[in-house]
Design a protein around this ligand. Sequence first.
Ligand code: SAM
Length: 247
Amino acid sequence: LGTLYVVATPIGNLEDLSPRAARVLGEVALVAAEDTRHTSRLLRHLGLSVSMLSLHEHNEAARVEQIDQRLLGGESIALVSDAGTPLISDPGFVLVRELRARGRRIVPVPGACALVAALCASGLPTDRFLFQGFLSPKSGARRQRLKDLASREETLVFYESPHRIRDTLSDIAAELGARRLVLARELTKSFETFLEGDAEALLARMEADPDQTRGEFVIMVAGAEPKESADATSVEAQTLLAALLDE
Ligand code: SAM
């Protein structure tokens, strides 16, 4: 029986491809790629010539059977996306869910992931975070989701594209207020930038320097202030209980 390897690829800097990922890509019979043209550039860079199969959100369900047949035939397969870790705001979930349900061997080959890269250098709390991926492209749905997240105390992490970065920052300003925000742009690339401030301040910064709206973004927002602590409530309850017992 073959193995499905879930292989992370770089998010910009090619040096982030691990030696293990390069070896696995060279050893498998087939690479299932989100965009075969994109991945063929990476394979060429590695000096590899491997057969490829496209696997994207529109054909993923239909590919499951085909890929499973090849695994059953003893071939190993690597799943990759255009950048970073497959399944993280990228295709692959349906395939992995189905193959795991069938008891196939699935092995992760970890590496770059924009969310982790951004968070670990942000200075925002990393002990608990809530990854939201992309918000809706529709403003109404985006605002509603932000409203739903407003009381969460974890660091909030979003992915965003250059087309919508300003709209999303405006909605964050409206729904989450003046919280501390860290914006990671073009991670691992030449123009990697971390900007800090509340959403209004970052919008002003983009207004002044339109270059700051180019590239790919991870938006990280401080969680809500903790609600009145349970300790304070229990002290109150204990005082009340003591008074009642006295009576
Ligand atoms: N699977 C990828 C991962 O592991 O991070 C994410 C794929 S998702 C389709 C693409 C989004 O990830 C971008 O719009 C951006 O929000 C974020 N992203 C990817 N590469 C990035 C980079 N080099 N710098 C900042 N954000 C990045």
